[in-house]
Design a protein around this ligand. Structure first.
Ligand SMILES: [Zn+2]
Length: 223
């Protein structure tokens, strides 16, 4: 059963990442079918198999040999693994997990591809609170407001955080409280430091790192 969940999770991530890319870069959502961004040739079915196609093609386009972004197989692998572990064939539980992971992958992907955040998708993260350790939500709300104000001041001074990053952390703090949120910020910052040291890019999207660490948090929270 876990293999079916893995395939479903990897396929869903592949679809969401492609949809996010087209939406964030103002391309038609449905047509043409999946194609190479470099040579514009339509990909055939076996070039669309999540993870496997990347391995078979050795990470490059079949036609023009343009390198395929490593983000796609990585997200497919993480999503497949998450579904294999978290899906327990209980309708309410699994629906919440699917909504949570779908929104997480969507938010990370639009930020990764185009530095765009569709904030209304943050609503999809809320239902996971039903599966998490019960919280004092008034306390979490006050903590989230203090955190958001602190981050807004930090962003104004350093120009290193976007509004989407702060909105994301506000929601996470509402769901899981300030301790979990600070841990997510710390681990995500280390990931960003490693990315900066390896890529030397001055501007890097923060939501993918936050989403990855949040994804790990759902295991800690016992979902
Ligand atoms: Zn190509």
């Amino acid at each position: 059963m876990s293999i079916i969940s893995f395939i479903f999770g990897a396929s869903l991530a592949s679809f969401i990442a492609s949809y996010s890319y087209r939406l964030a870069t103002n391309q038609p959502l449905m047509f043409p079918r999946s194609y190479c961004d470099n040579c514009r040739l339509i990909l055939c079915w076996w070039q669309l198999i999540p993870i496997l196609s990347f391995v078979i093609l050795r990470g490059q386009c079949f036609y023009c040999k343009q390198k395929i972004n490593f983000y796609l197989p990585l997200v497919e692998l993480l999503s497949g693994t998450a579904f294999a572990i978290l899906i327990i064939y209980e309708p309410l539980h699994d629906s919440i997990i699917i909504i949570f992971l779908t929104c997480l992958i969507f938010l990370a992907s639009t930020d990764f591809f185009a530095q765009v955040i569709y904030s209304y998708y943050l609503i999809g993260l809320f239902p996971v609170a039903f599966l998490s350790v019960p919280q004092d939500y008034l306390y979490n709300f006050i903590s989230a407001c203090i955190l958001a104000i602190s981050l807004l001041l930090f962003a104004a001074l350093t120009k290193t955080l976007g509004n989407g990053d702060i909105e994301f952390l506000f929601i996470i703090c509402l769901i899981w409280g300030w301790k979990q949120t600070l841990l997510i910020i710390q681990i995500s910052s280390i990931i960003m430091l490693v990315c900066f040291l390896t890529t030397h890019k001055a501007k890097l999207p923060f939501i993918p790192a936050l989403a990855f660490t949040t994804f790990l948090s759902i295991f800690i929270q016992g979902c």
